[in-house]
Design a protein around this ligand. Structure first.
Ligand SMILES: [Zn+2]
Length: 277
């Protein structure tokens, strides 16, 4: 499933390829892929607009058009947005086709059909149509501070690992990244969030940004393989320090990596390097 770093990579690719491009035609092959308005309306209202600005919020791609309207996309399980030329073969999972006036094409491919597209008309906002956007915590790469975490964690007995995965607290941290961040910060995943002092919270924020940025860099180099394999996430997993390494030796101290279940998710950690429970 695409996580924040993968969505960020998709966004940067789209920005490069499509900023300033005008949409000439939209063909909806699967009505289910359109969340708002109806598929028929979507195909009628989107053409004529020019892509101007691309923004990511959590795992949502927000594509602004030149007149103030826009299009949002959530890739969910298997969605892909791929820029192609009209000569290139169409994928059998193509759900929505956008033809640009320049001849370029944007293909929304989605094997499992959980991904969604929204059209937001001029004068309206993405948040009005997508309530999840208003409930989302700050962006970890740009808007997160240790002061914010200190406030939110105050009195919170919840395990730090579970807290990191709460999208209302911080947007877009997935399971793999949370495990890596906690290892780098030397914090045991079961540590109550309230027990982490200001100095360690500062390190935690720095590591969150470091790990996500590293994953974006890893993803950037393998984006084309993304849709036919585990892709970017898979690449990052190969570099992971603790995630998926249960029973293997810790790279730092040699002790065997352990796995525990926390809030229904697997957590990997080094019992010697990570403390605080
Ligand atoms: Zn260790």
């Amino acid at each position: 499933m695409p996580e924040l770093p993968e969505v960020e990579c998709v966004l940067r690719g789209l920005e490069k390829a499509l900023a300033g491009e005008r949409i000439a035609e939209v063909v909806v092959l699967r009505t289910q892929s359109i969340a708002h308005p109806s598929a028929k309306q979507f195909a009628k209202l989107v053409p004529g607009h020019m892509f101007s600005e691309f923004v990511r919020r959590g795992k949502y791609l927000l594509m602004h058009f030149d007149d103030g309207s826009g299009m949002a996309c959530h890739l969910r399980m298997s969605g892909c947005l791929v820029v192609k030329t009209k000569k290139e073969a169409k994928d059998k999972h193509l759900r929505v086709l956008f033809k640009m006036t320049s001849g370029k094409e944007l293909h929304f491919e989605d094997m499992r059909v959980f991904g969604r597209l929204w059209y937001v008309k001029q004068g309206s906002s993405f948040a009005e149509l997508i309530p999840a956007l208003t409930k989302m915590g700050p962006e970890p790469l740009t808007d997160l501070s240790s002061k914010y975490l200190q406030e939110k964690f105050s009195g919170r007995r919840q395990a730090i690992k579970t807290a990191l995965l709460d999208q209302a607290l911080i947007a877009g941290i997935g399971n793999i990244y949370a495990d890596e961040v906690l290892f780098l910060s030397g914090i045991h995943p079961q540590t109550p969030a309230a027990n982490i002092n200001a100095k360690r919270l500062q390190r935690l924020v720095e590591n969150i940004q470091h790990v996500l940025n590293q994953a974006i860099i890893a993803g950037g180099s393998s984006i084309r393989d993304y849709k036919d394999s585990e892709g970017i996430n898979g690449n990052y997993q190969n570099e992971a320090l603790v995630y998926g390494r249960n029973g293997e030796a810790c790279h730092k101290c040699g002790r065997l990596i352990k796995r525990v279940k926390l809030g229904g998710r697997s957590s990997h950690f080094c019992p010697r390097c990570q403390t605080g429970v």
